[in-house]
Design a protein. Sequence first.
Length: 135
Amino acid sequence: KALSDLELDVVFVLSPHLNGWNPVERAQRLAWRLRDAGSLYEALAVPLDRVEAWASPFEAPLKEALRAAQTSGQLTRVQLLTTRALFCDSARELCFGASPDEHGAPTLWFTDDHHLSQKGAQRVTRALFKALGAP
């Protein structure tokens, strides 16, 4: 049976950015020198262009294949969830390893250089449920 024939919504969750270093250890080293949480967030940020350069070889073929399938009518209930919308600020051209959560509390989104923290995973999960239409 074709994917388009199934009564399912499909969401591809694209990989979050990688810091390349451990934000928890870095935050501990830097926190005493920085004047406020905003400065710490900046110190734990990665340039957006670096993140996009890293992600492009993985994402571009998937995006193109999905675009072609949607254009041909083969896939209509498929969407991509890019985690850059959750962890990056395109206006500032930065992706953050830490930032305020939805309640304004300082939050580390990663536990090490490659893995989301529990709070980071919750943020992705909430976005996924929203994309699927859950309340």
